[in-house]
Design a protein around this ligand. Structure first.
Ligand SMILES: CC(=O)N[C@H]1[C@@H](OP(=O)(O)OP(=O)(O)OC[C@H]2O[C@@H](n3ccc(=O)[nH]c3=O)[C@H](O)[C@@H]2O)O[C@H](CO)[C@@H](O)[C@@H]1O
Ligand SMILES: C=C(OP(=O)(O)O)C(=O)O
Length: 436
């Protein structure tokens, strides 16, 4: 189990460039299975989850050619479908959430898709019904082995249809889109997720020859085609990393520039941090955060208390609520953080309370944070990272705290943040990795 040692209380300064987006690249990597032709992908982050998925593609027989640290070429012209039924896949497929999106492309192109219950954060129930209901709607036969938690779908040729998703699942929409592009006839998907990463996937599929319209909306129309070809694709910057660095700058009262953020794809993110009183300036495609000794949480027009909650895109992403919560502990004012989607993501506040933060966990979904306006520093402590976003939030808390903190189980953070120690050291953070 790897550990970080963090000496808090130091201001940071400089520039930080976001990595390619983890949750986009997991979709894009699965899409390489839809064509026997070459696909080149740039801006691939070097993180645990992504490397695991690339390794599964290699085990499936996809030719993987690393062109540079962040660019790869893939060619799925000799796919070994039997690997999907192997004991090795039953183990490897479990290791990340993104592996679920192998099912749609495999089903569409090879007539079968199997997957063990995928991994990812333990942040509450993470059901897969939307995915499999979508495949069943397209004519696939579904089976589920309860003992092994092993899912399977099979179909000779998928048949386009109209469907209304029971929820706007991100990976569910990506999976169904990747199945429908090679189906016979036209599919409409209503209540589709529509975040920028899904738009990126749909645009890439269209460049490969797919016929998807409605991209960016919650109604997608997909005219099935016989085959798809190769393309080049560049992954967007990771908006969750960008939000994490905004939170880190505010909490440590630092001046920071976040480079090349793709402003037009950040949705509510700048607005939510501004509501917490954090100053952000758009400079070209960068975000400049000036040093601020104090940031004051806004109230609503009628004077009532601010609530920050998550919702499917174009709402605010659930993946940044843990960061909003930690930043609020040193704001001036009070905020209610309401995590509607996941029921186990707020339990890490116990650690913040140990560090001296004023937080009341109202129930598993809601926490009230009374900001301390930097009148008292958080106290350093020893903690364990329960999930990726709680992990980065605890790291931000440790960077602002008085004294030296120890954070265990940082593999959770490494899952989604590339070279984090080196990148934070470069802006002046006192952090080192120990017990690797
Ligand atoms: C690999 C990947 O891309 N992971 C992301 C993806 O996970 P993932 O695709 O697994 O998440 P889903 O979009 O399926 O749903 C997440 C949770 O929100 C609930 N839900 C979803 C839609 C909805 O309209 N109402 C609702 O309550 C679901 O029941 C589930 O509990 O999207 C999540 C939601 O943005 C993010 O937290 C994850 O980081
Ligand atoms: C929950 C997340 O990831 P995953 O879906 O891979 O568990 C996340 O990125 O915050």
């Amino acid at each position: 189990m790897a550990t970080f040692k963090v000496e808090g209380g130091h201001q940071l300064k400089g520039e930080i460039t976001p990595q390619g987006a983890k949750n986009e690249v997991l979709q894009i990597l699965c899409a390489v299975l839809l064509t026997p032709e070459k696909i080149k992908i740039e801006n691939i982050p070097n993180i645990i989850d992504v490397n695991k998925l690339i390794s599964i593609l290699g085990d499936l027989g996809v030719k993987v050619n690393q062109l540079s640290e962040h660019a790869y070429e893939f060619q799925a012209d000799e796919v070994n479908i039997d690997y999907l039924s192997s004991a090795a896949f039953k183990e490897d497929g479990k290791k990340l959430r993104g592996s679920i999106m192998l099912v749609g492309p495999m089903l569409a192109r090879f007539g079968k898709g199997y997957i063990p219950k995928p991994g990812g954060d333990k942040i509450g129930r993470r059901r897969l019904d939307t995915h499999f209901e979508g495949f069943i709607n397209l004519g696939a036969k579904f089976r589920y082995n309860k003992e092994e938690h092993f899912y399977g779908v099979e179909a000779k040729r998928l048949q386009g249809t109209d469907m209304l998703l029971d929820e706007a699942s991100v990976t569910g929409t990506a999976n169904i889109v990747m199945a429908a592009v090679l189906a016979k006839g036209t599919t409409t998907i209503y209540n589709a997720a529509c975040e920028p990463y899904l738009q990126q996937l749909c645009n890439m599929l269209n460049r490969m020859g797919a016929k998807i319209t409605g991209v960016g909306s919650n109604l997608l129309t997909i005219e099935g085609v016989e085959r798809l070809g190769g393309t080049d694709h560049r992954v967007l910057p990771d908006m969750i990393e960008i939000g994490s660095w905004i939170g880190m700058a505010a909490m440590t009262r630092s001046e920071l520039t976040i480079k090349n953020v793709s402003w037009e794809n950040l949705g509510q993110i700048p607005r939510v941090f501004r509501k917490l009183g954090i100053k952000l300036e758009q400079k070209g495609d960068d975000i400049y955060i000036p040093k601020q000794d104090s940031y004051e949480i806004e109230s609503y027009i009628d004077g009532s208390m601010l609530t920050v909650s998550d919702a499917p895109w174009p709402g605010f992403t659930p993946d940044l609520l843990s960061i909003v919560l930690v930043v609020s502990t040193q704001a001036k004012g009070t905020v209610l953080v309401h995590q509607k989607m996941f029921e186990s993501r707020l339990f890490f506040v116990d650690k913040l309370i140990d560090m001296g933060a004023k937080v009341i966990l109202c129930d598993p979904h809601r926490a009230t944070v009374v900001g301390m306006n930097h009148k008292h520093s958080l106290k350093a402590t020893t903690m364990t990272s329960p999930d990726i976003r709680a992990g980065i939030s605890l790291l931000i808390a440790a960077l602002s705290a008085k004294g030296t903190s120890i954070i265990h189980n940082v593999e959770q953070i490494d899952r989604g943040y590339q070279n984090i120690v080196e990148r934070l050291q470069a802006v002046g953070a006192k952090i080192e990795r120990i017990n690797d």
